[in-house]
Ligand binder design. Structure first.
Ligand code: AMP
Length: 138
């Protein structure tokens, strides 16, 4: 399967649709997931187009995972988390719904479950506040 430049994350990268940004550099963007599975659920995406993990340039992956580490630390601090999960889905059979490579960063508390994947849209004011909390913790 090939990369479709009309996917929603490509539109976010081009500024065609809004997002609640947490972090941005020349190669990578991090923003709030609009259907958060936990409070503080962030998506980290490389700017270079790839559909999933396997068609990404290893150098791009190296830069993206460095930002994943940075964002995981900040989200954990901002939400006083006990731990965190990094999730990354590939192809529909692997649970992927948006076909631009992304890493989910999920700050976790002991005994906490996850809300459904691609579940309920969060309030934008809440997402904006959570993004600000994570930016402050970077
Ligand atoms: P995946 O199943 O790994 O492809 O996950 C895609 C994620 O993107 C889901 O968690 C969705 O909630 C999230 N998502 C979909 N559209 C948007 C959007 N416009 N802005 C932020 N997150 C989105």
């Amino acid at each position: 399967m090939s990369y479709d430049p009309q996917n929603i994350f490509a539109k976010i990268l081009r500024g065609e649709i809004p997002s609640h940004k947490v972090y941005e550099d020349a190669d990578t963007l991090a923003f709030m997931d609009v259907m958060p599975q936990v409070d503080g659920h962030v998506l980290v995406i490389p700017k270079a187009p790839s559909r999933g993990l396997l068609d990404a340039d290893p150098a791009v992956l190296a830069r993206a995972i460095t930002v994943v580490q940075k964002v995981a630390a900040a989200a954990s601090k901002a939400f006083a988390a006990d731990g965190f999960q990094i999730r990354q889905y590939n192809e529909p059979a692997g649970g992927q719904t948006v076909f631009h490579l992304h890493f989910h960063v999920l700050p976790m508390h002991a005994g906490q479950g996850l809300r459904p994947h691609s579940g309920k849209m969060a309030d934008h004011a809440v997402l904006a506040r959570h993004a600000e909390m994570i930016r402050q913790a970077l």
